[in-house]
Design a protein around this ligand. Structure first.
Ligand SMILES: [Zn+2]
Length: 170
């Protein structure tokens, strides 16, 4: 079996386990190389099939991690939008919450990060490098600020989208 066939087979196995995120997986799937590698952009370490933040001694290959690759290519894996006049006087509070949650997620999962935040008075859009962060940000907003959350996966886009909304009137 050639290397390419081997990689395809591994991708297929991963898809079977995680049918919802094959685009995401296409950024994840890498052939294993001997020894550890370090992402030159963020310093994440790839070792034994996993990306971590641990410090590793010794000489390492350079390998751009999937999160930095997504940031470089502006290819988000998730996008969550926050809407409503409820946000008008709470933007700072909400952004602090989102950053706090993102920091926690990134510590646990190096590939889950905020890529970009666009902010308008009643409208905040957050793009992420991973789908789990979208769910975490949505859940945190529901917990802290109630409102309504809708999550939709559109397979043709390979992007997990979520929409949170709350108006002040309620
Ligand atoms: Zn990186």
């Amino acid at each position: 079996m050639t290397a390419i066939q081997t990689r395809l087979k591994r991708n297929q196995m991963r898809r079977d386990k995680q049918p919802q995120s094959h685009i995401y997986d296409s950024y994840r799937s890498r052939g294993r190389s001997a020894g550890a590698s370090r992402c030159p952009d963020c310093g994440a370490i790839y070792d034994d099939g996993r990306w971590t933040w641990r410090i590793s001694a010794g000489q390492m290959h350079q390998l751009q991690c999937p999160a930095c690759k997504r940031i470089h290519e502006q290819a988000p894996a998730g996008e969550i939008t926050f809407d409503g006049d409820y946000l008008l006087n709470r933007a700072d509070e909400v952004l602090a919450l989102l950053h706090h949650q993102a920091d926690g997620e990134k510590q646990e999962h190096p590939l889950e990060r905020i890529m970009d935040i666009q902010q308008q008075p009643e409208h905040i859009v957050v793009q992420t490098t991973g789908p789990h962060l979208v769910r975490r940000l949505g859940a945190a907003m529901l917990h802290a600020h109630q409102g309504e959350l809708e999550i939709s996966y559109r397979d043709n886009e390979g992007l997990l989208r979520a929409h949170w909304v709350r108006s002040s009137a309620r």
